[in-house]
Design a protein around this ligand. Structure first.
Ligand code: DC
Length: 212
């Protein structure tokens, strides 16, 4: 079996950047699983499927149009919020499970990032990272990414969104955001992007041992 690396963590923790860099460094394919939930959210919005209809959302997820993964609307705050809501439905999670497990199980290995990779999707991953940072610093990063809209009030609004999404992702019954018992905690609060990536690579090399 190839090398499987699971990268989990809350919104704007830096897990996506880290997962992409690990994939490049170790020559592995990468799957941003949050994008799958965002694509289901977008499809639901466009097809006017209500966010509380788990059965219909599950059906939508099982015939997901993968071209939605390229849609610029995937990255808006509204889609993130909607993705967090629809991802609480077990029917949606179940519909996306086989695709994610298949990706993780490909012969050469893979890097996946999300909320439940180390706990549910790839519990046997050789290396699991749990990437986190304080809500304040995550909000500031996301706000800067958005072009720093509306000054301090804009920053406060982004922080409120992030805290609400954290709470929802952590408190849901189905595959909540949780650090796997055998994951390595990587706190990026005081690290810039390059330092966080260097630390993540070092964690993987360290976990794999001297033979790697
Ligand atoms: O990682 P992201 O911000 O793109 O994820 C958007 C939402 O999708 C997130 O708030 C919760 C959900 N999600 C999930 O439930 N499980 C995953 N493995 C990835 C994302």
């Amino acid at each position: 079996m190839g090398l499987v690396i699971a990268v989990d963590g809350p919104a704007a923790s830096g897990k996506g950047t880290i997962a992409r860099a690990l994939a490049r460094h170790f020559g592995l394919p990468h799957l941003d699983t949050g994008a799958l939930y965002r694509a289901v959210a977008l499809a639901a919005q466009r097809e006017e499927v209500p966010a509380d209809d788990g059965t219909a959302l599950g059906r939508l997820a099982s015939r997901l149009d993968l071209s939605l993964l390229e849609d610029p609307a995937l990255r808006t705050a509204e889609t993130a919020e909607r993705a967090s809501r629809i991802s609480a439905h077990p029917e949606v999670r179940q519909a996306l499970l086989a695709f994610q497990r298949g990706f993780a199980g490909q012969p050469g290995g893979a890097v996946l990032d999300g909320r439940d990779i180390g706990t549910v999707i790839a519990p046997d991953a050789a290396v699991k990272l749990f990437v986190t940072a304080t809500p304040e610093i995550r909000a500031r990063r996301r706000w800067l990414e958005l072009g720093a809209p509306d000054g301090e009030a804009g920053l406060a609004a982004v922080e409120a969104d992030i805290r609400a999404r954290d709470a929802r992702d952590r408190d849901r019954a189905s595959a909540p955001l949780r650090m796997a018992d055998d994951a390595i905690l990587l706190d990026t609060t005081d690290l810039d992007k390059d330092a966080a990536v260097r630390r993540a690579i070092a964690c993987v090399v360290d976990r794999l041992g001297p033979a790697s």
